[in-house]
Design a protein around this ligand. Structure first.
Ligand code: ADP
Ligand code: MG
Length: 699
């Protein structure tokens, strides 16, 4: 592959706007464009034509099958492939994609999580084409992006609320723009660029670790002698094998129209990152799913395994996904760009205030949007944002807001003199947004970067929360300002009032420090440390009202999601605990006993030959190891016992039990096992150590 070829292959497997324009009759093309832009359903006649043209195109690209591609609450995407074949009258087959198979599909929903929405007598689920996301061909199948709902029309997937939220924020953002005289904006789109972190390890070590296979993370493992302390991996030279993987990944992503832009080594050994160029949030969300799937499948072809878990290795940096978020207009304006004229400044300030107040008022929802068993190990560690939500604005912007609040001139820096009020803000220098890497929600010049998202997450959820909470603030602000008699005065007052009321959420300091935890508590900010602590906020009365009011989720849909997420949490810990028991009993115990036997035999032989030998080493090691191994054995029994009591009345009780009892027992067991690992001879240890895993890709 050469650079010259990129434009040629880019998007070559996507039924995108260009292909549609080329291949569809003009009136059908215009109709589908209208549907995409105005979120309307396509009429049957046009859908028939689209289906035929799409099928012809897909067959040319090597497809034999088609599938509705959807994003159930499992967190991974789902697909069921049907071939294009249909019997013809003369006993042959023809290749066909009907209008119906394009637009909607029926699927047995009973095996997907529904959290009680799907009653057993009505197990049907439906998938409906989402024309705002392009169809594509991958591995010989035509993928048709769809939304997934139950027979009763309730959404069962991650995509539907995202689509609803995009429409909602667009409508409200346009009202804000009108206030500032932007009459010619037809469309406002949330934009997202999701930077993806991941680990790559050699398949041979992976296959020897039941914990990695079953749960994607190590349940045992002592700290390696060399971790990330030298910081020699971050941005370091990329090893040839990894580079081969990255090259193939980029090429396949480009074919699928994903704007993969940046690749580099991350902080931890074996950790890497891919960043795409931002696009409309629905596409960004679909494309991030594609990216994660391709990472896994392409790694396999290179004898590697891609780990997307948030914390595959204890005491080593975990993986996140930085969700860069902004809003942009069809006239090419970014609403979070401070702008250069006083009008632009004022509009920017109002949008900024909407984000600040939304984040402050809905800390709980943002926290929930990044909750999972995996991410619990990451948030609050000294490398990832803490579980407390706060906003970083940088000194300059912070200074401006303070000046506005206090009605005084902003003159911290000579070049930034400003008349107070919405007329004439200083030009914000881009470099002044000095990066605070510890902040969970940072303003980075012309976008916000939400850094709490876990590496394995479907970003649809954090984004529909963001769109909805900011959209709701736009609505509130527009309601207040639309009928204003003195716009500038009222705008000023609103901005000032918002800063005063919500400045507690602004924090430029070190988010990892203990002082911040105390300070945040004083400020009354939420500190929901775990998934189980956070999830009940999902179904709080005011949150249900909030989502129902803005028509993003119904009460039933929210309860279903709440139950699914809790069940998912418990299931994950359950699998991990059973795996830990299995490994401890059948791998760790035997290897330690074998080593003990070796020491005992060694001592016996020595004594036989040299009766006067003290055998100090063997004796001391034996005593220490056998004390630990007794402890290990007891801890296995305790963990096993706790796994017999997991039946509880509610999903919440079950989740709490798994968090407080099972997870704790697992951690105790791990501590002992890790201590043993550091004493038992390397070649006797049952499975590859951190050292061997983290440095498994050598060249
Ligand atoms: P970094 O944060 O690593 O310094 P950048 O600021 O260049 O790098 O961009 C990080 C990510 O933010 C990229 O994926 C980029 O496409 C995305 N991004 C940039 N501008 C926007 C925007 N207006 N909306 C959403 N994402 C954006
Ligand atoms: Mg970044």
């Amino acid at each position: 592959m050469t650079g010259k070829m990129i434009p040629e292959i880019f998007g070559s497997m996507v039924f995108n706007d260009k292909v549609m324009q080329e291949r569809l009759p003009n009136e059908v093309y215009l109709r589908i464009k209208e549907c995409r832009e105005e979120n309307k359903a396509l009429d049957t006649e046009s859908a028939k034509i689209v289906a035929t043209v799409l099928k012809e195109w897909a067959i040319e690209k090597g497809a034999t099958h088609f599938t509705h591609w959807f994003q159930p609450m499992t967190g991974v995407t789902a697909e069921k492939h049907d071939s294009f074949i249909e019997p013809s009258n003369d006993g042959d087959v023809i290749l066909k994609l009907s209008e119906k198979s394009l637009v909607s599909g029926e699927t047995d929903a009973s095996s997907f999580p529904s959290g009680g929405i799907r009653s057993t007598f009505e197990a049907r689920g439906y998938t409906a084409w989402d024309p705002t996301s392009y169809a594509f061909v991958k591995d010989g199948s035509l993928y048709i992006p769809t939304a997934f709902c139950s027979y009763g029309g309730q959404s069962l997937d991650k995509k539907t609320p995202l689509l609803r939220s995009i429409q909602y924020i667009e409508k409200q953002a346009k009202r804000i723009l009108k206030l500032f005289g932007n009459q010619n904006v037809n469309k406002v789109t949330p934009t997202v660029g999701a930077e993806q972190e991941y680990f790559l390890i050699d398949k041979s070590v992976y296959e020897k670790r039941l914990d990695l296979i079953n749960s994607g993370r190590t349940l045992f493992g002592a700290r390696p002698p060399k971790g990330q302390e030298l910081e020699d991996h971050y941005y370091g030279a990329i090893k040839a094998r990894v580079l081969d993987f990255m090259k193939e990944l980029d090429e396949e992503l480009w074919k699928l129209g994903v704007l993969s832009k940046t690749r580099h080594n991350e902080v931890a050994p074996s950790q890497h990152e891919l960043a795409p160029i931002y696009i409309a949030s629905n596409l960004a969300s679909d494309q991030n799913q594609i990216t994660m799937e391709l990472m896994k499948s392409i790694a396999g072809k290179h004898g590697l395994v891609c780990l997307l878990h948030e914390k595959p290795f204890a005491n080593v940096n975990g993986s996140g996904k930085h969700n860069n978020w902004s809003l942009s207009t069809d006239t090419g304006k970014n609403l979070l760009d401070p702008g250069e004229t006083p009008e632009q400044n004022a509009q920017f300030l109002l949008v900024l205030c909407a984000v600040i107040s939304a984040v402050d008022e809905h800390q709980d929802l943002l926290r929930i949007s990044v909750s999972s068993a995996g991410n619990d190990h990451r948030l609050g560690g000294d490398e990832a944002p803490p579980a407390i939500i706060s906003i970083y604005l940088g000194d300059e912007l912070m200074g401006i807001l303070e000046a506005i609040e206090e009605d005084r001139n902003y003159s911290r820096r000579a070049k930034c003199e400003v008349e107070i009020g919405v007329k004439g803000l200083p030009k914000l220098s881009k470099d002044s947004t000095d990066r605070n890497r510890t902040s969970p929600f940072a303003f980075t010049g012309n976008k916000f970067e939400f850094r709490m998202v876990g590496s394995s997450f479907n970003i649809a959820c954090p984004n529909y929360i963001l769109n909805t909470i900011v959209g709701a603030k736009f609505e509130e602000f527009a309601d207040r300002l639309e009928n204003s008699k003195d716009f500038n005065k009222d705008l000023n007052a609103l901005i000032k009032e918002t800063i005063k009321k919500h400045k507690r959420i602004l924090f430029n300091g070190n988010n990892y420090s203990k002082e911040w935890e105390k300070e945040a508590k004083k400020r009354g900010l939420l500190n929901l440390k775990t998934t189980v602590e956070a999830l009940p906020y999902y179904v709080k009365e005011e949150n249900i009202e909030f989502f129902e009011k803005h028509k993003i989720l119904s009460k039933e849909e929210m309860y279903s999601r709440y139950e699914i997420l809790l069940e998912n949490y418990s299931s994950i810990i359950n699998i991990e605990a059973h795996t830990a028991v299995d490994m401890a009993k059948r791998e760790i115990l035997p290897s330690v006993l074998e080593y003990e036997k070796l020491l005992a035999e060694e001592m016996k032989d020595k004594k036989a030959e040299f009766p006067e030998a003290e055998c100090k080493v063997e004796r001391e090691m034996l005593i220490k190891i056998s004390t630990l191994v007794d402890k290990l054995y007891d801890q296995i029994k305790v963990l096993e016992e706790s796994l017999t009591k997991t039946k509880k009345k509610t999903a919440l009780e079950r989740g709490r039990y798994f968090e407080r009892v099972v997870l704790k027992n697992m951690n105790d067991l791990r501590t002992t096992a890790d201590e043993l690992e550091s004493m038992v001879g390397k070649k006797y240890w049952a499975f590859p150590t951190y050292e061997e895993i983290l440095y498994s890709v050598k060249y």
